[in-house]
Design a protein around this ligand. Structure first.
Ligand SMILES: *[C@@H]1O[C@H](CO)[C@@H](O)[C@H](O)[C@H]1NC(C)=O
Ligand SMILES: *[C@@H]1O[C@H](CO)[C@@H](O)[C@H](O)[C@H]1NC(C)=O
Ligand SMILES: *[C@@H]1O[C@H](CO)[C@@H](O)[C@H](O)[C@H]1NC(C)=O
Ligand SMILES: *[C@@H]1O[C@H](CO)[C@@H](O)[C@H](O)[C@H]1NC(C)=O
Ligand SMILES: *[C@@H]1O[C@H](CO)[C@@H](O)[C@H](O)[C@H]1NC(C)=O
Length: 455
């Protein structure tokens, strides 16, 4: 029940946030333009070559054809997912079986201090920041300020923002100790950790191998999920359908962070309205090694990307680019098919960008587990090509184009699938934060509050 008083405070809350938001937006826009859009998982990877310089946009980006009516397209986005007015979400606890989450207020060294670097809230691992902000922006309902009535406890530690001074990539070597320290703190100061050994505590792990907190798979596997986290729930971008040490913990696969503002901007600037008029047939931009390096027995993307380049580098139907380019989202918006091959890890930010910008994702990452399968019917909005079939990609895509492409494209237009992959602050109905709450509401048998109530 919402009383009048609550409504008033809600409005006040909204209003205050509106100003903060304007300020925040103007600041971030500048940085987004200069940095974020240029960001890319594999280029981000510590082991990728940092010499790959930005390409000359004039050479690599053929002028987009101005295709459809701007107005038509605009009204379409505004009606769907990417409108970003500071409208508040109306999350009602009854949707989530009266779920209550408590967010620990940790000392700023665990989270807020890192935000001094603007990149911290914008790069592709920034779901750790976005989710925290989103949860804090919920007043009442799902978020409780009374830990004694909470089902779950969110521990907000940002581990992805210690950017290397050498190459600018996030160094996560400190992640385990930072998390351990945070747990030490909450277990000493509050009674909740000890009573369940953390099984009702929720963490987020957004880098390549999720809760293993290492960027190289061998090391990640050898280290495994930190002992101290093994009882808890981890929200992570990493997920595979087979047994893997980096998911030996209760987990929820979540999408990587892509800034809603950057996507909104892309949509606004490149008015490719009708999918039929997309002028690039197959698109991929990213690291494709011509002579792949053997890094302690492993090859980047299991050499799949090398194979893509070898087989289709000279094929006019394929628009393949190896350099970074700030405007790559606009290329996605102009493409029919967008390749989403594995990097070091199976998941890719391209998946989210492709879906939101209406390009059919072609997933090449055997055994990948995709986020929120109950909200996003991936088989209806994407294509999956087995790693071993990558040299038949042209044939496979021709076949789809001749048969069910329009069905897939129509499914892809569903605003709710786009919404499910975006983190908004404050959260919105059906968006990524909402889906996480939904997933947590399915794990309420871990809640002490409930077991006490029902025994
Ligand atoms: C950040 O990373 C560097 C290099 O990996 C490490 O030496 C440093 O301790 C880390 N900083 C924090 C605050 O953990
Ligand atoms: C929780 O357990 C740890 C380790 O046994 C102990 O040091 C700590 O004081 C306990 N916390 C509380 C709130 O009792
Ligand atoms: C890659 O290097 C490892 C040693 O680090 C070696 O055992 C392996 O045979 C090499 N693989 C290939 C395909 O060259
Ligand atoms: C479209 O066709 C491809 C290949 O024939 C198939 O793998 C895929 O499941 C189909 N997708 C839909 C949504 O019908
Ligand atoms: C909660 O339920 C799931 C199945 O829905 C089960 O696998 C799990 O063991 C249960 N956990 C507890 C703590 O009872």
């Amino acid at each position: 029940m919402i009383t009048h008083k609550q409504r008033r405070t809600e409005k006040g809350f909204c209003f205050k946030h509106y100003y903060k938001w304007i300020l925040c937006f103007s600041l971030t826009l500048y940085f987004l333009v200069s940095f974020f859009v240029d960001h890319d998982q594999e280029e981000d990877h510590p082991l990728s070559s940092s010499s790959s310089s930005r390409s000359n946009p004039l050479l690599t980006n053929p002028k987009p054809k101005l295709l459809a009516s701007h107005a038509v397209f605009e009204s379409k986005i505004h009606d769907s997912t990417l409108e970003f007015s500071p409208r508040r979400l109306n999350i009602k606890t009854d949707v989530f079986n009266n779920l209550k989450i408590y967010v620990y207020d940790l000392p700023s060294k665990f989270n807020a201090d890192w935000l001094a670097n603007e990149r911290c809230s914008n790069h592709l691992f920034a779901a750790e920041v976005a989710l925290h902000k989103a949860l804090l922006s919920i007043e009442g309902d799902v978020r409780t300020k009374n830990p004694y009535e909470a089902d779950f406890f969110f521990v907000p530690v940002y581990v992805s923002c210690n950017f290397s001074t050498i190459n600018g990539f996030p160094a996560i070597g400190h992640a385990r100790s930072l998390i351990k320290e945070a747990i030490g703190l909450v277990s000493a100061q509050y009674p909740f950790w000890n009573r369940t050994s953390g099984s009702d505590h929720v963490f987020i792990a957004t880098h390549d191998f999720g809760s293993c907190f290492h960027t190289m798979e061998d090391r990640a596997i050898a280290d495994g999920v930190p002992e101290i986290l093994r009882n808890s729930i981890v929200l992570q971008t990493f997920g595979v359908t087979f047994k893997h040490p980096c998911q030996e913990v209760e987990n929820v696969v979540i999408p990587p962070y892509i800034s809603p503002e950057s996507l909104h901007k892309t949509q606004k600037n490149i008015p490719v309205a009708k999918t039929k008029e997309r002028d690039i047939w197959v698109f991929f931009r990213g690291k494709m090694e011509i002579r792949p390096k053997n890094i302690s027995g492993r090859f980047y993307s299991k050499r799949i990307r090398t194979e893509i380049w070898r087989s289709y580098g000279g094929d006019r139907r394929f628009y393949l680019q190896r350099q970074r380019f700030t405007g790559y989202q606009s290329e996605i918006a102009r493409s029919v098919f967008c390749l989403c091959p594995l990097g070091w890890a199976p998941w890719s930010p391209r998946l989210v960008e492709s879906v939101v910008l209406g390009c059919v994702p072609v997933i090449i990452a055997d055994g990948i587990r995709l986020p929120f399968p109950s909200a996003v019917r991936w088989s209806e909005i994407s294509l999956t090509v087995a790693e071993r079939d990558v040299e038949k990609l042209g044939e496979i895509l021709e076949h789809v184009a001749a048969t069910n492409l329009s069905v897939i494209q129509r499914n892809l237009e569903n605003p709710s699938v786009r919404q499910a992959l975006m983190y908004n602050v404050p959260p919105r109905d059906g968006d990524a934060t909402w889906q996480i709450m939904e997933a947590l509401s399915k794990k309420l048998n871990r809640s002490i509050r409930r077991s006490n109530a029902f025994i």
